[in-house]
Design a protein around this ligand. Structure first.
Ligand SMILES: Cc1cc2nc3c(=O)[nH]c(=O)nc-3n(C[C@H](O)[C@H](O)[C@H](O)COP(=O)(O)OP(=O)(O)OC[C@H]3O[C@@H](n4cnc5c(N)ncnc54)[C@H](O)[C@@H]3O)c2cc1C
Length: 475
C-alpha cells in the first residue's frame, strides 16, 4: 500500500531515498533547508566563475563498479549531459624541480616511481601487489575467470585486508623512504583513514573508475532532482525540519516552519549526528546511536576558490604542490597545496579565464567557530585567503595580478548551509576500529529510517546514493 514518506534533506542521499521510495509506489515529499539540491556536493557561481565544491572523483562512474554505478544510472545522476571524464594522470605531484605523475596504469605509475626512487622499489612493488589483490574484489565479477581469481586469491586477500584495516594511511605511506614518494601518496586522501581507503582509491583509478562527470557536482544533483520531480516527488526548499514527531513508538510526521507535516515514514537524509542531537525530543535509545555520538569525527576542509583572469588550460587540471616549508594556517600545518582548475570545462569561467580551487584538508572547525564567537571570522577568513594566495603565487606565478574573484568556504560554511555536524562532509574510517553502522531502519521507532554519508564509513557520494536506496527499501 502506498505510504506517505517524508525525506529530510535534498543532498545526494535524500534525492536517492526520494527516487527509490517513489519507484516503490510511495507518495514522497522532500524538505530541504537550503535553496538547491546536492547538499555539500554542490557548485556555486561568483561573478561568472563556477566553483565545484564537491565531486573530485566518483566511485561507480564506471559500470564495473557495482552496485554504485547502477544507482547513479537508476537515479538519473549520470546521463548524456554529464558523461564522465577520466583524467590521466589523475594529478601531478610537484616538489622543487621534481614532477611525478599519478598515472592510472599501475605499471606505468610504478615504473616512473621506481626510476625516480630505486630505494623504494620493494615498497612500490608491494603497493602494486596490494592494488592488484584488492582489484580482484572491487569490481563486480563478470566472467568465469573473475570468480576463479576471487577464490584463488582468498588466502592473500584476507591477511591483506586485516593489514589494511589495521593500518592508517599515514602509517602506510611510511613504507616509502623517499620523501617525495611519501608526500605524493600522502596527498591522495586524508591520512587518518585506514589504509584500505588509499589502496581502494588507487585500485579504482587503475581499473578505470573514479572519473569526473562533466558539469560536476551541481549537474549531477540537478539530474537527480529532475528524476525525482518528473516521477512525482515533491521537493520543498527553504524548509528546515525542526523536529521529528513520534507517538507511541511510531513516527507521525515532522515539524517544518512550526507546522506538522504528517507522514507514515520519515527518512533522515541529513547528517545523522546533527539529526540525533537536534530533531528528537528523547535521545534515540539504540546502540549504534550511542556509539555514533562518540565517533563524530569526519573529514573537513577549507575550500579556497579563485576566479583567474587567464586561461590555465596548459596546466594539469589537478596538482599537488609540495611547499618548501610547512605553513601554519587556521591552527593546522600544511605542507601540500591541493589545486584543481576547470579550464578545460566549458562554461566554468568567462572566455579566456579559469576557475581554480585549493583544498586545505583538516579539522579547523574549532578555530573558525572561536573566530565566529569572537566576531573575528570575516577578518580571519580574509587573512587565510591572502596567505593562501601568497603561497599559491610562489608556485603558480601566472596567477599574480590576475585574481578576479576570491571565495573561502570553511567548516562553518558547511555547518551553516547544510547543518553538517562540526562542518564535516564525510565520515572517517580509522585503522583498527569497527565503524558504527547506522541501520537503514530504526529498531525502536516504527517508520523511522536513515540514509546519508555517516551510515557507512568512510562515507562520500557512493555511500550517500547507496544508503538512500537501502533506506527506501526498508519502507
Ligand atoms: C570539498 C569536498 C570534496 C568532496 N569530494 C568528494 C569526492 O571526490 N568523492 C566523494 O565520493 N565524495 C566527496 N565529498 C563528500 C560528499 O560530497 C559527501 O559525503 C556527500 O555529498 C554527502 O551527501 P549526503 O546526502 O549524505 O549529505 P549532505 O550533502 O550533507 O546532504 C544533507 C542535506 O540535508 C539538508 N538538511 C540538513 N538539515 C536539515 C533540516 N533540519 N531540514 C531540512 N534539510 C536539512 C542539508 O541542507 C543538505 O542539503 C566531498 C565533499 C566536499 C565538501
Amino acid at each position: 500500500m502506498p505510504k506517505k514518506v517524508i525525506v529530510i534533506g535534498a543532498g545526494v542521499a535524500g534525492l536517492s531515498s526520494a527516487i527509490y521510495a517513489n519507484k516503490a509506489g510511495h507518495d514522497v515529499t522532500v524538505f530541504e533547508q537550503g535553496t538547491c539540491p546536492g547538499g555539500v556536493s554542490t557548485s556555486w557561481v561568483r561573478r561568472g566563475y563556477t566553483f565545484d565544491g564537491g565531486i573530485h572523483w566518483l566511485v561507480g562512474s564506471s559500470s564495473r563498479f557495482q552496485p554504485f554505478h547502477k544507482r547513479w544510472i537508476e537515479t538519473g545522476a549520470l546521463q548524456e549531459n554529464n558523461h564522465v571524464i577520466y583524467a590521466d594522470p589523475v594529478f601531478i605531484f610537484k616538489t622543487g624541480d621534481v614532477v611525478l605523475h599519478l598515472w592510472r596504469d599501475i605499471d606505468r605509475l610504478i615504473k616512473e616511481l621506481v626510476d625516480f626512487a630505486p630505494e623504494d622499489r620493494k615498497a612500490l612493488q608491494a603497493l602494486k601487489r596490494h592494488v592488484q589483490i584488492i582489484g580482484t574484489y572491487m569490481p563486480a565479477p563478470q566472467r568465469f575467470w573473475d570468480w576463479v581469481m576471487i577464490i584463488l586469491r582468498l588466502p592473500v586477500f584476507i591477511p591483506l585486508m586485516v593489514y589494511l584495516l589495521c593500518t592508517s594511511t599515514r602509517k602506510y605511506t611510511e613504507r616509502f623512504s623517499n620523501p617525495a614518494i611519501r608526500e605524493m601518496f600522502s596527498s591522495i586522501l586524508n591520512l587518518d583513514q585506514n589504509a584500505l581507503s588509499i589502496i581502494g582509491t588507487l585500485t579504482g583509478y587503475t581499473l578505470g573508475d573514479n572519473g569526473y562527470p562533466i558539469g560536476g557536482s551541481r549537474r549531477l544533483a540537478d539530474n537527480m532532482e529532475k528524476t525525482a520531480l518528473t516521477a512525482g516527488c515533491q521537493i520543498n526548499y527553504r524548509s528546515k525540519v525542526e523536529k521529528i514527531c513520534i507517538e507511541d513508538g511510531r513516527v507521525t510526521g515532522v515539524i517544518v516552519n512550526g507546522m506538522l507535516q504528517k507522514a507514515d515514514h520519515v527518512i533522515v537524509a541529513m547528517d545523522t549526528c546533527t539529526a540525533l542531537q537536534t530533531l528528537f525530543d528523547e535521545p534515540l535509545d539504540e546502540r549504534w546511536a550511542r556509539k555514533l555520538q562518540k565517533r563524530t569525527d569526519s573529514e573537513h576542509c577549507a575550500l579556497l576558490s579563485l576566479g583567474i583572469k587567464k586561461d590555465l588550460s596548459y596546466l594539469p587540471s589537478a596538482m599537488r604542490i609540495h611547499i618548501n616549508e610547512p605553513v601554519k594556517m587556521a591552527g593546522l600545518e600544511y605542507s601540500t597545496l591541493w589545486v584543481y582548475h576547470y579550464s578545460s570545462q566549458e562554461g566554468y569561467a568567462p572566455e579566456g579565464c579559469s576557475s581554480l580551487t585549493v583544498l586545505f584538508q583538516g579539522d579547523t572547525y574549532d578555530y573558525w567557530k572561536n573566530a565566529k564567537d569572537k566576531n573575528t571570522y570575516m577578518t580571519l577568513k580574509e587573512e587565510f585567503t591572502q596567505r593562501a594566495i601568497q603561497l599559491l603565487e610562489e608556485y603558480l606565478p601566472e596567477i599574480k595580478g590576475n585574481i578576479a574573484v576570491t571565495d573561502l568556504a570553511t567548516p562553518i560554511t558547511y555547518e551553516r548551509y547544510c547543518s553538517c555536524y562540526r562542518g564535516g562532509y564525510m565520515s572517517i574510517w580509522h585503522a583498527k576500529t569497527m565503524p558504527p553502522r547506522v541501520p537503514a531502519k530504526s529498531s525502536t521507532i516504527r517508520g523511522l529510517h536513515f540514509a546519508g554519508m555517516r551510515t557507512f564509513m568512510s562515507g562520500g557520494l557512493p555511500i550517500a546514493v547507496q544508503s538512500g536506496y537501502k533506506a527506501a527499501k526498508t519502507i
